[in-house]
Design a protein around this ligand. Sequence first.
Ligand code: UDP
Length: 328
Amino acid sequence: MSKHVLVTGGAGYIGSHACKALAKAGYVPVTYDSFVTGWRDAVKFGPLEEGELSDRARLDEVFAKWQPVAVMHFAALSLVGESMKDPGKYWRANVLSSLSLIEAACAAGCLNFVFSSTCATYGDQDGVVLDESTRQMPINAYGGSKRAIEDMLRDFGASHGLRAVIFRYFNVAGADPEAEVGEFHRPETHLIPLMLDAIDGRRPALTVFGSDYPTPDGTCVRDYVHVSDLVDAHVLGLKWLEEGKGSEVFCLGSGQGFSVREVIAQSRAVTNREVPILEGERRPGDAAKLVSGSTKALATLGWKPARADLTTMIADAWRWHQSGHYDK
Ligand code: UDP
């Protein structure tokens, strides 16, 4: 019998890659998406159920129809800058909606839950190795909202037996190597797609947000992880839950940090084109450095990132970028 997995945000960047990985692993991914930020043509690997996470009756209907073995919860607003300007939007869209989803999952007896959290829950902790045991001290509403959902999952674990694998992502980058799905946000705010836009003339330039951070070249340092590797970890997390191994937190990063200027240099090398640059102010809410210090997912889940090299991530993103999806 087919095993269905309810994938919230399955029409989004990471969710659509997760659907591909789930289908490849023999599951049927059922996308639940409101299309606030997702794309209809990204739903290619399983059925679609359109709906809002806050719509409890709709969620109940979908759980009853598909009887999923697990939930993978990607649907969220995820922009640091926006979350600083409009925190209420983030607390409503992320926290209240997740509460509705978690309650619906518990009511339906679907007690395996894979959650996409973030290293933004750590805040700005200079000199601290970031791993699963690091104290979470978010400095923006995005990170705050994700930490609240983590807490909620723990509470429902104690009360209802919900088992959650929580993944704290570092910076997700790249695209499906076969370019079936990729990163596509409107408006785009992420470094690599904006840089590729500037390289191929869709934007006049890339603005570097701050050059006076306490980092070697003054620009922010981030740890980039390939979206295809990231979703592979989710399938392993799902199997972990199905084997009854219980709730866990895993950081997903490469352990290697790259500054904004280093990412620019690598993009120049991959595309063999110039990157027009403007120097700008710091973006509120940005931590100076976020790099994973964890090997837990490798050691415990047996995660084997296959495309961990930043050059590969940029090359895959560039292939997707040139595949015509941006002309829609
Ligand atoms: N960044 C930048 N210019 C841009 C977009 C991003 O300099 O137009 C920087 C940003 O300040 C951060 C890094 O690139 O240090 C990664 O930002 P992104 O928005 O891609 O991901 P985040 O770290 O916010 O999850």
